[in-house]
Design a protein around this ligand. Sequence first.
Ligand SMILES: CC(C)(COP(=O)(O)OP(=O)(O)OC[C@H]1O[C@@H](n2cnc3c(N)ncnc32)[C@H](O)[C@@H]1OP(=O)(O)O)[C@@H](O)C(=O)NCCC(=O)NCCS
Length: 174
Amino acid sequence: MRKQKKVKDSYVIMTELVLPNDTNTLNNLMGGRMMHWMDIVSAISAQKFSNRIVVTASVDNVSFSETIRLGNVVTLEAKVTRAFNSSMEVHIEVYAEDIPSGKKFLSNQAFFTFVAVDQLGNPIDVPEAIPESEEELKHFDGALRRRQLRLVLAGRMKPSDAVELKSIFDIKED
Ligand SMILES: CC(C)(COP(=O)(O)OP(=O)(O)OC[C@H]1O[C@@H](n2cnc3c(N)ncnc32)[C@H](O)[C@@H]1OP(=O)(O)O)[C@@H](O)C(=O)NCCC(=O)NCCS
């Protein structure tokens, strides 16, 4: 029987201070540095969940709505939403905080996908993820739809096989 693991056991929190080397010439945090941190925190979460080495397979849409400034404290939280065979979807939330003013805001959210690999780099099965809280259940339910969308966009799944997307795009059967 496939091993089971609670979603909450994959929870990782990482805190960074925005230093001059992280910013552009406007003293704002560079998007690439943010994505680097997101990649690290979510990879640790996937590794913790699977007890395996993981590689990043895909990164869903990352948008930057509010500026994060030099001196801000950035907190990244990551949790596996659902595991498939060898792949796991991880949800990341990024918060920025200006300590002197006490202002804290949610800056980004994203879903990254990781694949657990063996010593030769071949995909290897991971435990089944068990969601418990309301938010974990919501993310778990949406994960299959997001998986099919990203696999279709990556050219790894035929749109006609993406059964979860049929209702969204009103895809007609042949
Ligand atoms: C990701 C990787 C291991 C997949 O290997 P592969 O031989 O194509 O394996 P498969 O086709 O059997 O797919 C394995 C899993 O990857 C998933 N996958 C592959 N490409 C994907 C993509 N673009 N998006 C999401 N998932 C993807 C598959 O859905 C499958 O998941 P499942 O086992 O849960 O069903 C391989 O493409 C790889 O090593 N890529 C480079 C990773 C890398 O270097 N990342 C950056 C640095 S860490």
